[in-house]
Ligand binder design. Structure first.
Ligand code: NIG
Ligand code: FE
Length: 417
């Protein structure tokens, strides 16, 4: 409380803003000329600015004419903790090699595994921090970060620890996902034996150390079979961890249905998912996470079945998939643009994908919309209408950020506090 001010019901008030509340299933839930009162880490009041309660006087107040407020963005699928990069693979793909060719020749994910194993925790932190900072610049207040470039228990845990530390350093809420079943490490000739190791050693170690919120697996011809992925997801459930799955990215192995059967929070990618997978996801309330960056980078021609997902009422999230191989990007607004241009989402669906549905894909019921009682995670944008966020081809920085009730980035003319 600032000295000399009368006491107030709120700690922070945003006035004269347009708000894309995202609280309705369709559209933006737009409120024009609104005010938002924040108390502690929660949204305590939202309504027309003219009806702002009198006891708001005395709070720290930002008057933000011409700005748009959205929920803080939720990037629900990233692999942003890694060492090195894979620019040389990009060159090879341009020369005609496929992602699968490179993976089978021991490159791809295994190339990043070598670099990540060799990196100290400090190296990994230094390499990854700019990536999380870049997401935060575009309004990300919650991010999921996967392991999967260790493929041995100590390195997987090292990645998860770095992910948690990064969250504290960057002031972003980090959820961690163990992706030990990402590729077969060189030490194992047999995928079943490695999956047994993941189930009996890596998952218990990550759960025991409290380092993972969820477990994921790469179910694909160049990853793990549906039977192997099912074992990983079962072990996750046995240790009380949520489930997610890289499903049907390059072929339809029934990954979406497998994720639904395991009561996974989400099935991700889904380019090759068919009607049975969509029906199973609908029945299990599994979120579809769409990743246009990987689709674009791999020059895929088959888009995920967006019209069928929409018709079935399957919630659709959108994420960056930030990773060194298939989606070297840190721009949520670019992904929103691509989700519209390449996959046919509406601009409102793209924003919902990075807010309400992204939160749902992480099992977080306390955020993703601007409503009383929700966490006060807010992104403040210097744009007139919400469609502008997906309209520009990426790189739209946000003007201000409120994270758990604290103004961590202040719009010009307002000092952060
Ligand atoms: O989401 N498909 C598997 N995993 C990542 C790519 C990882 C990598 O190539 O390093 C993805 O596309
Ligand atoms: Fe991924």
């Amino acid at each position: 409380m600032e000295r000399g001010h009368v006491s107030s019901a709120y700690d922070l008030v945003l006035r004269r803003v347009d708000v894309a509340t995202m609280r309705e299933p369709h559209g933006y839930g737009l409120m024009t000329n609104a005010a938002i009162g924040v108390r502690g880490d929660r949204i305590a009041w939202i309504g027309p600015d003219a009806r702002l309660p009198a006891d708001a006087a005395g709070a720290r107040t930002l008057t933000l004419d011409g700005h748009l407020v959205t929920p803080g963005l939720v990037d629900c699928h990233t692999h942003l903790v890694y060492a090195g990069n894979r620019a040389h693979e990009f060159e090879r793909r341009l020369e005609g090699a496929s992602y699968a060719d490179i993976a089978r020749a021991g490159g791809g994910i295994l190339g990043t595994v070598r670099a990540t194993r060799a990196a100290t925790e400090d190296d990994l932190l230094a390499a990854s921090r700019p990536r999380l900072a870049a997401l935060a610049d575009e309004g990300v207040t919650t991010v999921e970060i996967k392991s999967g470039y260790g493929l041995d228990t100590p390195t997987e845990l090292k990645q998860l620890r770095v992910a948690r530390t990064l969250g504290r350093l960057c002031g972003v809420d980090v959820r961690t996902t163990l992706l030990a079943a990402h590729a077969l490490p060189p030490e194992f000739a047999d995928a079943d034996a490695y999956v047994a190791h993941v189930c009996n050693d890596t998952i218990p170690a990550a759960a025991g150390a409290g380092l993972a919120d969820a477990v994921d697996a790469f179910c694909e011809s160049i990853g793990f079979t549906p039977a192997q992925a099912a074992r990983v997801l079962d072990a996750a459930a046995a240790h009380g961890l949520a489930r997610k799955l890289h499903a049907d990215q390059l072929s339809d192995l029934g990954g979406a249905a497998l994720a639904a059967k395991a009561h996974a929070l989400s099935a991700d990618h889904l380019e090759y998912t068919g009607a049975a997978g969509i029906a199973a996801m609908r029945a299990a309330s599994t979120v579809a996470v769409l990743l246009p960056g990987a689709f674009y980078a791999l020059r895929e021609s088959r888009a995920p079945p967006v019209a069928a997902l929409r018709a079935a009422g399957v919630p659709m999230a959108v994420a960056t998939d930030c990773n060194p191989g298939t989606s070297p990007t840190t721009s949520p607004t670019l992904m929103m643009n691509m989700a519209c241009t390449l996959f046919g989402l509406t601009t409102a669906e793209a924003l919902a994908g990075f807010t309400r549905e992204g939160a749902r894909a992480l099992g977080l019921a306390d955020r993703g919309t601007v409503e009383e009682g929700r966490r006060a995670d807010l992104a403040i944008w210097n744009v007139r209408e919400p469609a502008e966020l997906a309209y520009r081809i990426g790189g739209t920085r946000c003007a201000g950020v409120v994270q758990a009730g604290r103004l961590v980035r202040a719009p010009a003319d307002h000092a952060a506090r």
